[in-house]
Design a protein. Structure first.
Length: 430
């Protein structure tokens, strides 16, 4: 550092410049060198030449990765150079390790209104919920909700394979309400399989899949799951939840919704459903009990959907997100307590209001803005792009047996009970 001080023109110019610094050559007897230091404070602060400044910052900042203000104070109390505060702020804010591991504030994108279909049953939302305790052989539910009328359907399933889900959807929904034009679902394996795509293509249904780890995009089904679970939990007296499901669906279809000013049954059937306990007969001459409708055939405009706004939560989107070339993606999957909450950086291919198209290794994917975080990168730095974690099972270990290498399965561990008997588990548990 002493040799570089002699070569640095900026350092030599400070010797004669009028500044608040009190510079003095301080000899170091152990090495015989003289270092230009500031003696205006209680401790000596070496005047760092340009070639050493980033190395000094990295050596101090890498100890505990403090914040911007703490980094400026820590570096400034031990070293000095012109523009120290500005440079340390930039380096601390562009530290990749800090951006990946620290959370300042999660992004909350603004809500966009759903487009209301012109006709009923044109756009439906589907999802799977479970597993439930086994009841008459069923463990899951296929839920379907119409976007316009909020009419819910829940079909018990004993298996969640693509064929069973597709068969249940056709038997329970298509046979009753016809083929929808659009269908929204998550990225479950049942809804991304080739069979499901083939069935949707043959029926002429356009599939809309939500982004990963963003269930709010399919909130109509997710909220219905919460309501169904609460109703089953309250009304169930034994473990047979399948026997209680029809009554729960009857109550949900008959329930009045304040935002729609009607119930799903009224929007679908034109009148309310008769529920247990309704023993009074209808009054002659008044016709069917219809709320706010004088004629079912003559006034079809009353069945037009209503745009409902329950609440508008406060949103937060950084100003530099839309112009960011690289982003971090929040790791919403299972992770350890010391794992970084963000993965990345990843290159941005296309920016949008609700989702970004991001380069993920050799492919690309749409990611919700709620999971993103802009990556601050210096122009001169080379950005090392992250690769997404490999999915699936790891490959079998390879054992070298000579000229050929063949995969060798891992040895099976034999478990014994307390009495010494060999425990044999079913194949699905091994």
């Amino acid at each position: 550092m002493a040799a570089d001080q002699l070569k640095d023109l900026e350092v030599q110019a400070l010797r004669t410049a009028e500044t608040s610094l009190q510079l003095k050559d301080v000899p170091f007897h152990d090495c015989g060198a003289t270092l230009l230091c500031d003696i205006s404070m209680d401790k000596l602060r070496p005047l760092v030449p340009a070639a050493w400044r980033r190395h000094v910052f990295d050596a101090i900042h890498s100890l505990s990765h403090p914040g911007v203000k703490a980094s400026v104070r820590l570096v400034g109390s031990n070293f000095v150079w012109p523009g120290l505060r500005k440079e340390v702020k930039v380096w601390a804010s562009t530290c990749m390790a800090c951006q990946r591991a620290k959370v300042q504030r999660h992004i909350k994108g603004p809500l966009d209104p759903f487009q209301i279909p012109e006709r009923r049953f044109e756009h439906v939302h589907v999802d799977l919920v479970g597993p439930f305790p086994p009841s008459r052989g069923f463990t899951h539910l296929l839920t379907v909700v119409d976007r316009t009328t909020r009419w819910p359907e829940a079909v018990p399933l004993s298996s969640t394979t693509s064929s069973e889900v597709a068969r249940a959807f056709i038997y329970s929904w298509v046979s009753h309400f016809g083929v929808p034009l659009d269908m929204t679902s998550d990225r479950g394996p049942q809804f991304t399989s080739k069979l499901w795509n083939a069935v949707a293509g043959s029926l002429g249904v356009t599939l809309h899949r939500t982004t990963a780890y963003h269930p709010q995009a399919n909130g109509l089904c997710e909220r219905f799951h919460r309501t169904v679970k609460a109703a089953l939990r309250v009304s169930m007296v034994d473990s047979s939840w399948v026997d209680r499901l029809p009554w729960v669906l009857l109550g949900l279809r008959s329930a009045h919704k304040e935002d729609l000013n009607s119930s799903p049954a009224e929007l679908v059937l034109g009148q309310t459903l008769r529920v247990p306990g309704e023993f009074l007969p209808s009054v002659p001459g008044l016709g069917p009990r219809v709320v706010g409708r004088s004629s079912f055939q003559g006034r079809t405009e009353v069945f037009s959907p209503i745009a409902a706004h329950h609440c508008l939560p406060q949103s937060y989107v950084p100003k530099d997100l839309m112009s960011a070339k690289y982003v971090f993606i929040r790791h919403d999957a299972h992770h350890s307590s010391l794992q970084a909450p963000y993965d990345g950086p990843f290159r941005v291919l296309e920016a949008g209001r609700k989702f970004f198209l991001v380069e993920m290794g050799t492919g690309k994917d749409r990611v919700s803005v709620d999971r993103l975080k802009p990556a601050h990168v210096l122009q001169d730095d080379k950005v090392g792009l992250a690769r997404p974690a490999c999915r699936g099972r790891p490959p079998n270990p390879i054992c070298d047996v000579g000229p050929l290498s063949i995969p060798v399965p891992p040895p099976k561990t034999v478990k014994h009970s307390r009495s010494g008997r060999v425990i044999k588990l079913p194949d699905r548990y091994t």
